[in-house]
Design a protein around this ligand. Structure first.
Ligand SMILES: Nc1nc2c(ncn2[C@@H]2O[C@H](COP(=O)(O)OP(=O)(O)OP(=O)(O)O)[C@@H](O)[C@H]2O)c(=O)[nH]1
Length: 839
């Protein structure tokens, strides 16, 4: 054969051992046998040198992986120098020692030769060439002690020893501790199990050839090695039987039947050997002499002389070489397939460490740029939900932002109680305060505003928290943007995170401020004309009025009930321009416009009368203020003064009470009280604001169009009311609410709830938009530029591209592994391509 497979396998074995990988199950011969069966003797005779530790008890306590490497002798080298140099592994059978030749020229297998320069040993754990085989023995002993300790314990960690010699065949042999039964000396009690496990580990590998050593002077039925071999190789396909101590068999007995395979079936057969006895060893009988004696033994033995050519150490070595060779050949396809798989896996593993095209100083800039672009892309992709490795187990990235908006924020907002912290007392106090020194007749709008503002502020904390949560989420996304390539550069990674974090931090302030201002904006102007509020308040008013009406029915004669006070409520489709002036107070706010409508409808009916009465209208300034005390106001001046703080707004609620003229304010007569309140100002007097398109929305105009005339009319109406109010002992109601107060507070509560939910909806809508715009999208869009601006600096490259040492060495290891696999694969490919005959 052209390629020495064993040499190839040896090389692979060495490579894989060096890189710490045993993923390829390489063919090797493993020597097993009970203690003192003669394992070490067999190995030594195969090598032809004394080099294994000797002594009583357990000697071999660590696996010894022994690679025998045939080197050309000086003579061969001289011949070789005339030929083109072969590839390192390209040793053909021609180069393998011819044992007979080696033996006949006196240089093989025997000890005591002088050409030691051709023979030497090397340990994998030591960078040293051993030419003295006694030293090898000592090193084995020391190395055994070092790892397995002094106490006769056993270690799985193998010792690797290579023996280069022109007198050996290329073989890989593993010497293992002998199988024992009983712990001796200070051996652990489970020594038998320990050794058995260790041996089983080796022999159970399908690529292992078992050299089962049994002493011939012990019944084969008691052979531990054969027993163990059978458990892993029941058909005896990869077990070679070795019978030692044939010379020690009882006189008249022989092992011919065993050696010819008639006793125990092994496909690879039994080979008998005679090693040196202890006496020989003690007497320094040389290896050479021992081999000659062995040959002589078989040749002259009556039972064995016919099979002498198939007996002895020399034959054993050759057989093992062939067996190993053909075994390797058989396993080549498997090994190649396995290598192929490993190469793929390792390639992938290596790729995970990043692109190697960017290695080297000249590529540092490109590498930094590439990594930061990748980082920015990951960040954006994570937000957009376009990452490849989207989790199916938990929400991540942008989806979490949506979750924050929708669930967390949404829930936080809806769980706010619009009248949180707003007691009846608070409301009453607010009403009283906002009425100022005036007697409280109608609920001033100022009280509503006073009360709703702090409630609106309740929306601020959850809104700000929402900003924070999204900010935190973006921080998390940024921290999760990593690849194994980036992990190689921990400083760059940290810097990328830092720059993005800084960007996010910068955006946190403006976003929070904006969101804060959204709330402030809502609190800045209470738009009671909001169509939704108008609608709600109409309903609230209706309910209130109905409730009140029911009450009134009970306490007032039916004739005193003002017609239209309650029954006109459905009449909301009235032309609102009709009411706009008359509702001056209530129509000031669209909120109450619904009410206004009802009132307006009602007022229409009453208006003719009241205007017909020719009552003077307030002459207050057309700034919209003069009229707000509609329903109040004994005089326009009073009204204006009293409501200066609340502006024109404070009377919008009066409508309710105006409508409910039958409130226990008592004296408000059906014709005078609310009639006056609703006394319309002529449209012509109303300065108009831009009109809404809906009829309902005309009302703000009506409000803004309030005139002094209205004030006057209010004043007119208020006289009787005031009287009544004066008669009402307010102080007595310090702790108990009067009916009217109860009504007021209930009403204000309802209106607060209504208005609050309108604002809440708006905030719920605007805050996420603001966060997306100011924080998420901004960061998303500027991340790449920011990274480049901050980190793409020649001076920083070195620092940024500092590699993590652990990862670098891991990467190196994987790279070496891949190289080894590749080399091995190529080697094996070449083997296969050789013509069959050449192998
Ligand atoms: N007469 C004779 N003695 C042998 C033969 N083989 C081995 N011995 C002797 O048997 C004893 C044990 O041999 P080893 O080679 O040390 O046995 P081992 O199996 O390696 O022993 P451990 O490594 O301790 O398990 C030694 O004294 C050898 O000299 C043989 O074929 N004939």
């Amino acid at each position: 054969m052209d390629v020495d497979l064993i040499q190839v396998v040896n090389k692979l074995q060495e490579t894989f051992t060096a890189i710490g990988g045993d993923s390829v199950d390489l063919p090797q011969i493993v020597v097993v046998g009970s203690q003192s069966a003669g394992k070490s003797s067999v190995l030594e005779t195969i090598v032809g040198r004394d080099f294994l530790p000797r002594g009583s008890g357990i000697i071999t306590r660590r696996p010894l992986v022994l690679q025998l490497i045939h080197t050309p002798s000086a003579k061969d080298q001289a011949k070789q120098s005339l030929k083109p140099s072969p590839r390192s592994y390209d040793l053909s059978d021609d180069h393998a020692p011819d044992m007979s030749r080696g033996g006949s020229n006196g240089s093989s297998l025997g000890g005591g030769r002088t050409n030691t320069y051709e023979e030497y040993g090397e340990f994998l754990h030591l960078d040293k060439r051993f030419t003295d085989f006694n030293e090898i023995r000592r090193e084995i002993e020391n190395e055994t002690f070092r790892v397995a300790g002094q106490n006769k314990g056993v270690s799985k960690l193998p010792i690797h020893l290579k023996i280069y010699s022109p007198n050996v065949l290329n073989l890989t042999l593993v010497d293992l501790p002998g199988l024992t039964k009983i712990p001796v000396g200070d051996q652990p009690s489970d020594i038998e199990r320990q050794i058995r496990n260790l041996v089983t580990d080796y022999v159970s590998k399908p690529n292992c050839i078992i050299l089962a050593v049994s002493p011939a002077n012990v019944d084969l039925a008691n052979s531990d090695s054969l027993k163990l071999a059978r458990t892993v190789d029941p058909q005896g396909r990869r077990t070679v039987g070795v019978l030692t101590k044939l010379d020690l068999m009882d006189q008249g007995t022989h092992a011919l039947d065993i050696l010819t395979g008639r006793v125990y079936p092994l496909k690879l057969g039994f080979i008998g050997v005679v090693n040196r006895s202890q006496q020989d060893i003690n007497g320094n009988v040389s290896m050479l002499a021992a081999r000659r004696a062995e040959e002589e033994f078989f040749r002259s033995h009556a039972a064995y002389k016919n099979i002498a050519h198939r007996c002895g150490t020399k034959y054993l070595a050759k057989t093992l070489n062939q067996v190993l060779m053909s075994h390797i050949r058989d396993k080549l396809p498997d090994m190649k397939a396995r290598l192929n798989t490993l190469m793929g896996q390792t390639q992938q593993e290596l790729a995970a460490f990043g692109d190697t095209t960017f290695l080297g100083d000249q590529h540092r800039g490109s590498l930094v740029l590439k990594l930061m672009t990748q980082f920015a892309r990951d960040f954006v992709a994570s937000i957009d939900g376009t990452t490849f490795d989207i989790s199916t187990k938990e929400l991540c990235g942008g989806a979490r932002i949506y979750y924050i908006f929708q669930d967390v924020f949404g829930h936080a907002l809806t769980s706010i109680n619009p009248t949180h912290n707003l007691t009846v007392q608070d409301i009453r106090t607010a009403i009283r305060n906002s009425t100022g020194p005036r007697p409280s007749l109608f609920v001033p709008e100022a009280a509503f505003e006073l009360l709703i503002k702090p409630q609106i502020k309740l929306l601020e904390p959850p809104s700000l928290r929402c900003v924070e949560l999204v900010y935190e989420e973006l921080m998390k996304i940024c921290h999760n943007c990593t690849s194994s390539e980036l992990q190689r550069f921990p400083r760059l990674h940290a810097q990328l995170i830092e720059v993005v974090s800084e960007l996010l931090r910068e955006r946190l302030g403006p976003t929070s401020e904006y969101v804060q201002s959204l709330i402030a904006i809502q609190a800045a102007y209470i738009n009671t004309n909001h169509p939704a509020f108008v609608h709600d308040s109409a309903n609230i008013a209706r309910e209130q009025r109905e409730a009140q009406a029911r009450k009134q029915v009970a306490i007032l004669p039916s004739s005193s009930r003002r017609k239209g006070s309650f029954d006109d409520q459905g009449d909301v489709s009235n032309d609102l321009s009709d009411d706009d002036a008359d509702n001056s107070g209530n129509s000031r706010s669209l909120t109450v416009n619904g009410v206004g409508k009802t009132g307006g409808a009602r007022d229409k009916k009453e208006r003719a009368a009241s205007t017909g009465d020719g009552r003077p209208h307030s002459a207050s300034a057309p700034d919209g203020r003069g009229h707000h005390t509609i329903g109040h106001a004994s005089a326009g001046g009073y009204a204006n003064g009293a409501n200066a703080a609340g502006g024109a707004k404070d009377t919008f609620l009066n409508y309710f009470f105006g409508g409910a003229s039958g409130l226990p304010v008592g004296g408000v007569g059906p014709s005078s009280g609310l009639g006056g309140y609703h006394t319309p100002a002529p449209h012509a007097h109303s300065p108009r604001l831009p009109e809404y398109s809906t009829s309902r929305e005309h009302k703000p105009n009506a409000m803004s169009g309030r005139t002094g005339l209205e004030g006057n009319s209010a004043a007119y109406d208020m006289k009787s009311l005031d009287k009544h109010l004066e008669a009402t002992p307010i102080s007595s109601a310090e702790y108990a609410l009067s009916d009217r107060e109860e009504l007021e507070t209930t009403l204000i509560r309802s209106l607060i709830a209504s208005y609050f939910s309108i604002v809440r909806l708006s905030i719920q809508d605007l805050v996420p938009k603001a966060i997306m715009h100011l924080l998420v999208n901004f960061s998303r869009e500027s991340v790449q530029n920011r990274l480049v601006a901050s980190l793409y600096k020649e001076t920083l490259f070195e620092e940024l591209l500092y590699e993590d040492e652990g990862l670098t060495s891991e990467r190196k290891r994987v790279k070496q592994l891949l190289d080894a696999y590749r080399e091995a694969f190529n080697t094996l490919s070449e083997v296969t391509f050789k013509p069959a005959g050449s192998a």
